[in-house]
Design a binder for this molecule. Structure first.
Ligand SMILES: [Zn+2]
Length: 151
């Protein structure tokens, strides 16, 4: 699947209003700080809602995606259940944001300044962090950076 371009072929996406999904809003604010720090001028990312398949009754009525300012996105929608836990929400939003930036902007992001390697959302104790695979032996703890504090 490639980056979703305008005109969107299915139902029209709509802008998610602030406060509709507070856990995702908070997570996206952190992720947007890191985007602004490393790829200035490309964000902020925003949440778009697209009606889901109405025939499938176990689906929520809408799926929410992390999109660029121009409305393009790539990859999976946010996991609806992730909203109940701040760490899950952050992991889901960071993952979706990374997909959109990679496929729509052709940018590896975020890149670790120390090791020049792409970082990915990971778990560090009970926190969700950016995890880097650089400069460590298998027995060493992962090199991690706090999401929202890359600047
Ligand atoms: Zn690193």
């Amino acid at each position: 699947m490639t980056c979703m371009n305008d005109p969107f072929p299915g139902p029209r996406p709509r802008e998610v209003r602030p406060g509709e999904h507070p856990a995702w809003d908070e997570a996206l604010a952190l992720v947007n700080r890191d985007l602004a720090a490393l790829l200035p001028g490309r964000g902020p990312l925003r949440l778009l809602a697209v009606p889901s398949d109405a025939d499938v009754e176990w689906e929520p009525p809408e799926h929410v995606y992390v999109a660029l300012p121009d409305g393009r996105w790539h990859g999976n929608h946010l996991d609806h259940a992730s909203q109940t836990d701040p760490a899950d929400a952050l992991a889901s939003v960071a993952d979706a944001a990374q997909d959109t930036v990679l496929e729509c902007l052709w940018q590896v992001w975020p890149v670790c300044v120390e090791h020049r390697l792409g970082m990915h959302p990971g778990q560090d104790d009970d926190r969700v962090v950016w995890e880097c695979a650089g400069g460590r032996e298998p027995q060493d703890p992962a090199h991690v950076r706090t999401i929202g504090e890359l600047g």
